[in-house]
Design a protein around this ligand. Structure first.
Ligand SMILES: [Zn+2]
Length: 246
């Protein structure tokens, strides 16, 4: 789902301009919350678009923390929480309710409010257990889940705590724990990942289309030839610096 502000945000990450990235992620969120004409957070039916907006608010909060603006990070989190709660409490589909509860928790975790985040993740686990879909794997592939994966997959890149899609889900796809595992995993890992980003003082670009050993490119910093194409940029998969075709 295209959103020009999100692309601007990713380009700002390449420039290591955390404030510009945070501002652009904020605008991306408001675009995804809609203007009430074509879509909005109150539109009936699929909840995916506002979910991507919630992901962007969490990414904005992380970028503001990197830029040293804790107050604005807190405000983005405070904006996300009622939107997520409203989605959770006014959605008919049980699994979507659980996903929206994950966002309530993510918005806490990104601030380092680990204790409250843990409580909110436990609530998400309970919602998953009471709304197990017939086919949990298919459910987990829906866009609303893609949105809920975005913060942790992005923030963990190149931190040593690199999270993949499979990590988020339980071992038995038929079990009620398959989706509940998501909340337990985030409760354990997301606070550590946020700390790792802040300790490193940088957030890498998200993973876009990747290719290993593309000899047409060589990273000016690490010399590797593994490429990440994202938001119209061609960057090193490991350093997120621009690479030029040789
Ligand atoms: Zn590199």
């Amino acid at each position: 789902m295209g959103n020009p502000h999100r692309e601007t945000a990713v380009r700002a990450l390449v420039e290591k301009d955390w404030q510009a990235a945070a501002d652009a992620f904020t605008l991306a969120a408001h675009r995804d919350f809609g203007n009430g004409e074509e879509w909005s957070t109150l539109s009936p039916g699929s909840r995916e678009r506002p979910a991507f907006g919630l992901a962007s608010l969490c990414q904005a909060a992380l970028c503001y923390r990197l830029a040293g603006h804790e107050d604005r990070a807190r405000l983005r989190s405070l904006t996300a929480q009622p939107v997520a709660i409203d989605g959770r409490d006014h959605t008919r589909e049980g699994v979507t309710r659980a996903v929206y509860q994950e966002f309530v928790a993510d918005a806490r975790a990104v601030l380092g409010d680990t204790e409250r985040a843990a409580t909110e993740y436990e609530r998400a686990q309970q919602l998953y257990r009471s709304h197990t879909p017939e086919d949990p794997v298919t459910a987990a592939s829906q866009p609303v889940f893609t949105a809920a994966n975005r913060l942790i997959l992005h923030a963990s890149r190149n931190t040593g705590l690199d999270v993949r899609w499979d990590d988020l889900h339980g071992e038995d796809p038929q079990s009620g724990e398959y989706l509940a595992h998501r909340a337990a995993f985030k409760r354990r890992q997301l606070p550590r990942i946020v700390d790792a980003v802040l300790d490193a003082g940088r957030l890498h670009t998200p993973r876009g289309t990747t290719e290993y050993n593309n000899e047409s490119y060589r990273c000016p910093e690490c010399g590797e030839t593994d490429i990440n194409w994202v938001a119209g940029e061609t960057v090193c998969l490991h350093c997120s610096v621009r690479v030029a075709k040789q």
